[in-house]
Design a protein around this ligand. Structure first.
Ligand SMILES: Cc1cc2nc3c(=O)[nH]c(=O)nc-3n(C[C@H](O)[C@H](O)[C@H](O)COP(=O)(O)O)c2cc1C
Length: 393
């Protein structure tokens, strides 16, 4: 495997940098059981060992020089938590309600393509791990498995992420299949108007024909054949995606479904205002984990202007760079209703399948509950901007 990528990741992690600053060099060895993980980063060595190097580069990389991947993580270290004392916190309520459904924690599993690139059981394992921790899962359009196969493993209503397709009929069919499988929320991803410049992934071999052809094809039609969600869809309809998702298109889709419509990939107040004007039911502040534009703007930095614009009228969620329970707390303090976890649960999946996903979520949930208690919060819904302050260097 490409050790350089892993080492670069470690060097660039603000948390590990802090540990080094404090004089303790973290020694992380491949885990033998998910229970041994003390934090989510403990999954990295085994995950990397288990995954093909091309797939690892695809997972870890972002756009250009990965600057926005780092910006997402670094944004959290710019905020501090205001500790509060002498509050009764033996029993706290970590739950939040989204679209009328109560969630045990404000933490969901972000949509990511092709889980079978990381574990043979793919999205079924992810669904089992998420269900074990009562975490909402959003299934990607580009999942390895069909929503019909994943829904029973999750055992409750999934949310479905949509990449709109060049042919409207294909989008409509995907949405219909999701709704039929019980999905209640449709997250339409709008941050991929063109193919982004994935240097790390490509350098790691994502587009090296010989290597890739050994296990899968490279054309759009091959992609349709190999990704479960496109089952039954004529590969002749496969045309390169990567185009703007207009509001006209969102309207046409809305007319085909009763699912709530959430727009994923918003980074500015202007686009948030457009979401409101056009009747979106929710927003996910996201830059695709630093994989779309290399803006160097962390999602947490974009959150305040969006929260101000939305002013409580619809839920504003966020993903990108969330690695600790303290990060979840900070996002909620700055106005998010819930947060998504991306790469870290795939580290868990790659290392141990469902049990790894479960443990990653358990660690972040536990850290979040501890953070709430030490900030004197009895309920997640009480977390407010007064609970954080900007770092003052
Ligand atoms: C390997 C990988 C695949 C992804 N695939 C999708 C996808 O199919 N659809 C989508 O909307 N977002 C996708 N994303 C973006 C995630 O949903 C999420 O926005 C991002 O991973 C959050 O950042 P984090 O990884 O730093 O937690 C993907 C991200 C990764 C790392």
């Amino acid at each position: 495997m490409n050790r350089r990528l892993f080492l670069r990741y470690l060097q660039q992690s603000p948390l590990l940098a802090l540990a080094a600053e404090l004089g303790g060099q973290p020694a992380r060895k491949a885990l033998s059981s998910p229970k041994d993980a003390l934090d989510i980063f403990d999954f990295l060595p085994l995950a990397e060992k288990n995954v093909q190097s091309q797939h690892w580069a695809y997972l870890m990389g972002g756009a250009d020089d990965d600057g926005t991947v780092r910006a997402n993580e670094n944004a959290y270290s710019q905020w501090q938590i205001r500790a509060r004392r002498q509050v009764e916190v033996d029993a706290i309520d970590t739950s939040v309600t989204l679209f009328g459904q109560k969630h045990a924690y404000p933490i969901w599993v972000a949509p990511a393509a092709a889980h079978q690139a990381f574990h043979a059981e793919g999205e079924v394992a992810t669904a089992r791990g998420a269900a074990a921790r009562k975490a909402q899962m959003i299934l990607s359009t580009n999942a390895s498995l069909h929503v019909r196969e994943v829904a029973p493993a999750f055992g409750g209503p999934l949310w479905y992420q949509l990449y709109t397709q060049a042919e409207f009929e294909v989008s409509k069919r995907l949405v219909g299949a999701a709704e039929q499988a019980g999905c209640t929320v449709l997250a339409i991803t709008v941050d991929s108007a063109t193919t982004s410049n994935r240097v790390t992934a490509n350098r790691g071999g994502m587009k090296t024909e010989a290597r890739c052809r050994a296990c899968h094809g490279l054309t759009q039609a091959d992609y349709y054949k190999e990704h479960g969600m496109y089952e039954g869809i004529d590969p002749a309809l496969a045309k390169p995606g990567g185009r703007a998702v207009t509001w006209t298109l969102v309207e046409r889709l809305r007319a085909t479904t009763k699912m709530k419509i959430v727009i994923k990939g918003i980074m500015t107040a202007e686009d948030a205002a457009n979401c409101l004007r056009n009747g979106a039911d929710g927003i996910i502040v996201s830059n695709h984990g630093g994989r779309s534009e290399n803006s160097l703007q962390g999602t947490l930095e974009a959150l305040p202007e969006i929260v101000e614009t939305i002013n409580g009228r619809i839920p504003v969620m966020i993903d990108g760079g969330v690695r600790r329970g303290t990060d979840v707390f900070k996002a909620l303090a700055l106005g998010a209703s819930a947060v998504g976890i991306g790469r870290p649960y795939i580290w868990g999946l790659s290392a141990f399948g469902a049990a790894g996903v479960e443990r990653v979520l358990e660690l972040i949930q536990t850290e979040f509950a501890i953070t709430m208690k030490l900030a004197g919060k009895q309920a997640a819904r009480h977390i407010s901007p007064l609970d954080v302050r900007r770092r003052n260097i």
